[in-house]
Unconditional design. Sequence first.
Length: 130
Amino acid sequence: MGIKGVISYDFQIPNFLIGAYCKNGLLRKAEALFNRGLSKGGVPTVITWCHLASGYIHEDQVSKAIEALNKAMSICPPKFIPSKETLRTCVEYWENQGNVEKAEEFVRSLEVEGVFSSFFREKLWCFINK
């Protein structure tokens, strides 16, 4: 329950639909449901942001995917790992733009946020560079 008996919006149930919409190329529907949740005072979860990041990747909106992934990382529990595809696409986006520094900064931030260790950071770089 929210303040003074008002029920607060919970993203856990809509996350299922947001994820399904994003997987099936219905990003606008996912965004509409997301925005509806925000307008009702909901607080997106790390899963919400990861679903949106994935949807943005599939729609070739990598800069929006990066924003969503950064928001996910800012609230993620320790050792939470976003999808490899999303991580790879974000890093490749910066590399393709010639901004290797930004890619490295992003990967380092994953380590700082506890998303993964330096060992996994090196594995990600090897995976990307194959």
